[in-house]
Design a protein around this ligand. Structure first.
Ligand SMILES: [Mg+2]
Length: 275
C-alpha cells in the first residue's frame, strides 16, 4: 500500500506539474518576447503593481470597502434636507473603469503611456469595471441622485467612453453627465459648475485632484500636508480608490517634468526611505 500510494502521489504530482507548465507557458513566452528592451524600474514596477490590481483579493476588497463606505455616506446624506437636486461627482479611470489591460499591453512592449495608444484603447470600449462601482452608482440613481462623470478623457474619447459606460448600464451615461477635459487638466471649474445646480453629496476618485484643487500640481510634501489638513473628509465626503500604477503621486515624484526612463528611475530612488 505505501508503495502504491507513493506512485499515486508521483502520478498526481506529474499531472499537476504538466498542467501548471501548460497553463504558464503561453504567457511566459509572450512576456519574454516583449520585455527585452525594458529594464526600466517604472515599466517593471507598473507591471508588478498591475498584478496587485488584477489578481490580489486585497485590491478587490479595498475597492469594495470604498464603495461600501460610499453607500453608507450616501444613505446619511439622503436623511438631510436639500434645496437642490442631489448628485455625486466621480472620476472614471481606475475609479469605475479598469484600464489595467491597456497598461499591461504597452508595458509588456517596454513602452510607457502613449496618447495615441490610449485613444485607441478608449475607442475599443473594452475596459472592465472596478469592483463595487456599478452596484453603487446604480443604487445612487435608484435614490434619484444624479451621477456626473468628470474625467480627463477628452473629446476624442467621448464615443468610446459612453459606449463603455453603457455596455455595463452605468446610470446617466449621456452627454449631459459626461464632463470631459476641455484643455485644462484641473477639474475644479468643472466641479464648481455642477455644484452651482446640485447638492454634491460625494466625490469619488483615485487621484487627489478628483476631490479638490488643493492637490492640483502640488509637490510630494504639499500633497501629504493637504491630505493631513483634510483628513476628516476621507471616508466622509471624499471616497478614494487605490491606484498604485499611476497618478499625480507619480507625477509629483518627477516634479511634473517629462523625464527619460533613466531619469525617472533616479527620481524614484531619490525619494525612497532607507536606513
Ligand atoms: Mg482616475
Amino acid at each position: 500500500m505505501p508503495f502504491k500510494s507513493l506512485n499515486m502521489k508521483k502520478a498526481i504530482f506529474f499531472l499537476f506539474s504538466t498542467a501548471l507548465l501548460l497553463a504558464c507557458t503561453p504567457s511566459q513566452k509572450s512576456v519574454s518576447n516583449t520585455t527585452t528592451s525594458s529594464s526600466n524600474l517604472v515599466i517593471n514596477g507598473k507591471l508588478f503593481a498591475v498584478a496587485y490590481m488584477q489578481r490580489s483579493a486585497e485590491y478587490h476588497a479595498l475597492c469594495l470597502q470604498a464603495y461600501n463606505i460610499a453607500t453608507l455616506r450616501l444613505n446619511e446624506a439622503l436623511q438631510n434636507a436639500s434645496s437642490k437636486p442631489r448628485a455625486v461627482i466621480t472620476d472614471i479611470d481606475e475609479t469605475l473603469l479598469d484600464n489595467s489591460a491597456d497598461e499591461v499591453h504597452h508595458d509588456l512592449q517596454g513602452k510607457g503611456f502613449d496618447p495615441k495608444e490610449w485613444t485607441k484603447w478608449t475607442g475599443m470600449a473594452a475596459a472592465d469595471t472596478i469592483p463595487g462601482a456599478l452596484t453603487f452608482f446604480k443604487y445612487a440613481a435608484s435614490k434619484n441622485v444624479e451621477v456626473f462623470y468628470i474625467t480627463n478623457r477628452d473629446e476624442k474619447d467621448k464615443e468610446g467612453t459612453l459606449k463603455n459606460l453603457k455596455k455595463f448600464d452605468f446610470p446617466y451615461a449621456d452627454e449631459a453627465h459626461l464632463v470631459l477635459k476641455q484643455g485644462v487638466s484641473s477639474k475644479e471649474a468643472r466641479r464648481q459648475k455642477v455644484m452651482e445646480k446640485y447638492d454634491v453629496v460625494l466625490l469619488l476618485g483615485d487621484n487627489l485632484s478628483d476631490f479638490s484643487s488643493l492637490w492640483d500640481s502640488k509637490t510630494v510634501g504639499q500633497r501629504l500636508e493637504n491630505v493631513q489638513h483634510q483628513s476628516s473628509e476621507f471616508g466622509s465626503r471624499f471616497i478614494i480608490l487605490p491606484n498604485p500604477v499611476y497618478g499625480d503621486w507619480e507625477n509629483a515624484l518627477y516634479q511634473y517634468k517629462r523625464l527619460t526612463p533613466p531619469q525617472q528611475d533616479s527620481a524614484i530612488k531619490s525619494w525612497l526611505k532607507n536606513y
